[in-house]
Design a protein. Structure first.
Length: 241
């Protein structure tokens, strides 16, 4: 049997915030705008494709959809949360179109796409009047987007595997590059010619590399290895991706 559990914030805000009334609807819409604006500002500051207005609109869509579903449920006595389901499906479609493959053969925008979907769920929970869950989710999401990238970079730098964007003076020097990599105690896991540069006259590759020599694992960072490879006369440009 499902128990009717009251949101812990309701006693602090007031019982009026639990039901559907003009003040509670305005509160939910206002909080939806405020919380999504904080998240959207963080994304905009990092110049991501989906910024302030996109996150605010996604959150608003979720909030309005849930409020609409609750109103219809109250009017008819029973029903399905069709508007909320439609909001999630629409957000998923938008999020799917938010990531792309860059000119350096990288998939971009996955974090922003996931953020849009989470923002929609935050809007839905806020529209349902579940203030504690919404606040906790918003704080967790903001922490994930603003703080964890530093930890992610640290873990990435400690990894024995990395990938580089490589530009050679000519395609014929690829064999020389491979031979040098092996002498340094590195292993090439994969080499792909970058399709964005196929007809440009440049010899550009995406190269996945593993560090196999113990001395390199202990004392060399990815940056130092790449700087050493950049000194090769046939390497026009190289950087980690």
């Amino acid at each position: 049997m499902i128990q009717n559990i009251q949101d812990p914030m309701i006693p602090l805000i007031g019982e009026w915030a639990a039901g559907l009334s003009a003040p509670s609807i305005l509160l939910r819409v206002g909080l939806s705008f405020l919380l999504s604006a904080l998240i959207g500002t963080e994304r905009s500051n990092k110049r991501h494709s989906a910024g302030l207005r996109t996150f605010m609109l996604i959150s608003l869509a979720g909030t309005l959809a849930m409020i609409g579903d609750l109103w219809l449920l109250g009017q008819m006595g029973n029903g399905l949360f069709l508007l909320s389901a439609a909001a999630v499906i629409s957000t998923t479609m938008i999020a799917t179109n938010s990531f792309f493959i860059s000119s350096r053969n990288q998939i971009k925008g996955i974090t922003t796409s996931a953020g849009l979907l989470v923002t929609c769920f935050l809007g839905i929970s806020l529209g349902a009047g579940v203030y504690t869950l919404t606040a906790a989710g918003a704080v967790a999401m903001f922490f994930c987007l603003s703080t964890l990238p530093s930890l992610e970079i640290y873990l990435k730098d400690r990894s024995n595997h990395f990938e580089v964007h490589l530009e050679l003076t000519s395609g014929g020097r690829l064999q020389d590059f491979v031979a040098t990599i092996r002498k340094l105690g590195l292993k090439i896991d994969d080499i792909e010619i970058n399709p964005a540069y196929v007809h440009s006259g440049l010899s550009v590759y995406s190269v996945a590399i593993s560090i196999t020599r113990q001395e390199l694992k202990k004392f060399k960072t990815h940056k130092e290895i790449i700087e050493a490879l950049a000194t090769l006369e046939y390497v026009s440009h190289i950087e980690e991706i």
